[in-house]
Design a protein around this ligand. Structure first.
Ligand SMILES: Cc1cc2nc3c(=O)[nH]c(=O)nc-3n(C[C@H](O)[C@H](O)[C@H](O)COP(=O)(O)OP(=O)(O)OC[C@H]3O[C@@H](n4cnc5c(N)ncnc54)[C@H](O)[C@@H]3O)c2cc1C
Length: 470
């Protein structure tokens, strides 16, 4: 079966309430140097940094587990199933790789190539060449446009992508950014760092991240309901008020914009605008257990469709050699589908597979599950992609509030947005800023280059999440 045989480019507001933040007469029950809100990748990274500096901190999370959007479920299918992040992008400089060896977890390279399905057959060599060439042109066009101004990626696309256009739009938009290209800033897209190699953790990326939280005390099931920065920092939770000198807030942009945490004084308009420009896209997994490997997939095989429209998906088959196949739906279509519920999502996935491989595949489907990240109240979406004209919002979110509260998380990273690695680096950066404010922290790293080695010169690039070479 022909594969993508050379460089492939697949890798190619809120109404914030105005009531006073803190209940009158609230008495702090805990007093620390830093309070960290959210124990996902950014919060865990921040906590580790602050613990290493010997400062007193409290890490809280609304959920009853750590990991946020990076979580491995081992119960639904009896094998590791990453409900959120799964790919370890750019393992050569991904901050999560630094400690992997010591954890006894197996991290291995992702296959370097993918396939494309055209109806009931795989694409031939010449067709893949066409597809790749058009992807190069699409990426160059977006990069060129970004140098002149911040328009929508869709406006920058060449007009002559022919019948590959829907596939390229899916790849670069929903699959890469969680949003259709009409909703994605060309500058944000172009700034995101090349992710031309990937790795997987056999035990799940969520398992790997949770291992980094071992030994770090976390108060679970403890949502922050209000943050008052008028004198120091007071964080209100149902189990008491935490008093701190500084705070690192890592909840998603959609949660912040929802007003779930009341700020006092209110968040400045600048930050509110920034949150609305960095809304989360839609990206979900529809996981199917396909008994007996009826389609002859290889381990971790990634297959796209030469689709006729936006009702398409990608499949990551035989995850880490298991019978688990994950169909990825995203963007506007994915959002509409997830709104219909899990049963509709699983039906779509079964029909989509049947359309590409024949109806018999449905007989092989055993257990199934679909994530619905837009409906997870502690996240309210998948990951951020800046709206056209909105790329500057990422830097605005790096500005502290009252020199005491720093935002962190995947949205607060200019080049690794939408990734676990980006969230991790932003958490470390925010922790460093808090430590400096407390006295004794590190010198500030540059936002785009925190923790990573010097970048290779920019080459033609593709979708922010996936870009593969062979
Ligand atoms: C389906 C999907 C697939 C993805 N695939 C990949 C991938 O393959 N590779 C990759 O690198 N990235 C991927 N991502 C993106 C990646 O998961 C995120 O960028 C990253 O995990 C975000 O980490 P974070 O710390 O910024 O936020 P989160 O993980 O969202 O952490 C924030 C935490 O805050 C908590 N919280 C919310 N509200 C409150 C409150 N009021 N009080 C206290 N705590 C609160 C939440 O419970 C959560 O634990 C994917 C995401 C999704 C959804």
């Amino acid at each position: 079966m022909p594969r993508l045989s050379r460089r492939s480019f697949l890798t190619a507001s809120a109404a914030l309430a105005t009531r006073p933040a803190m209940s009158a007469g609230a008495t702090p029950t805990t007093s620390v140097d830093v309070v960290i809100v959210g124990a996902g990748a950014a919060g865990i990274a921040a906590a580790r940094r602050i613990a290493a500096a010997g400062r007193k901190f409290v890490l809280i999370d609304a959920a009853d587990r750590v990991g946020g959007r990076c979580v491995t479920d081992t119960r639904t299918f009896d094998v590791p199933y990453d409900r959120g992040a799964h790919w370890i992008h750019a393992p050569d400089f991904n901050p999560l790789m630094k400690l992997t060896a010591r954890r006894g977890l197996e991290v291995y390279p992702a296959p370097a190539s993918q396939k494309v399905r055209i109806g009931r057959r795989y694409a031939r060599e010449g067709e893949l060449e066409d597809f790749l060439a058009l992807q190069v042109r699409a990426n160059r066009a977006i990069a060129d446009a970004a140098r002149k101004g911040d328009i929508a990626c869709a406006q920058a696309l060449p007009n002559d992508l022919g019948d590959w256009r829907p596939a390229i739009e899916f790849l670069l938009g929903p699959f890469g950014c969680g949003k259709n290209l009409t909703q994605v800033s060309a500058v944000d897209f172009a700034k995101s760092i090349e992710r031309n190699t990937d790795a997987f953790c056999r035990q799940g990326l969520g398992t790997l991240l949770a291992a980094f939280a071992e030994g770090i005390p976390v108060k679970l099931s403890t949502p922050a309901t209000a943050i008052d920065t008028r004198r120091g920092v007071l964080v209100e939770t149902p189990s008491g008020v935490i008093s701190a000198h500084t705070a690192v807030v890592t909840v998603s942009t959609n949660v912040l914009a929802s007003g779930a945490i009341k700020f006092s004084p209110e968040l400045p308009k600048r930050q509110i605008d920034a949150l609305s420009k960095l809304s989360l896209g839609s990206y979900d997994h529809i996981a199917l257990e396909l008994a007996g490997n009826p389609l002859g997939f290889e381990s971790d095989e990634l297959v796209f469709e030469k689709s006729a429209d936006t009702r398409t998906a990608a499949i990551l088959a035989n995850v880490s050699g298991t019978q688990l196949c994950v169909i990825e739906v995203a963007g506007t279509f994915g959002r509409e589908l997830s709104a219909k519920g899990e049963a509709a999502m699983v039906n779509f996935a079964a029909d989509w597979l049947a359309g590409l491989y024949g109806a018999d595949v449905k007989k092989a489907i055993k257990r199934s599950h679909a994530t619905r990240w837009n409906h997870e109240p502690r996240t309210l979406g998948a990951f951020s992609a800046a709206a056209p004209g909105g790329q500057g919002a990422r830097r605005i979110l790096m500005e502290p509030l009252q020199n005491a509260v720093w935002f962190a998380g995947e949205a607060v990273h200019e080049t690794l947005w939408g990734t676990v690695g980006g969230a991790w680096e932003s958490g470390e950066r925010a922790a460093d800023a808090a430590l400096r404010r407390l006295g004794g922290g590190k010198e500030p790293p540059q936002p785009e280059t925190t923790g990573s080695p010097a970048r290779a010169p920019q080459r033609p690039r593709a979708g922010p999440r996936y870009q593969r070479y062979q």
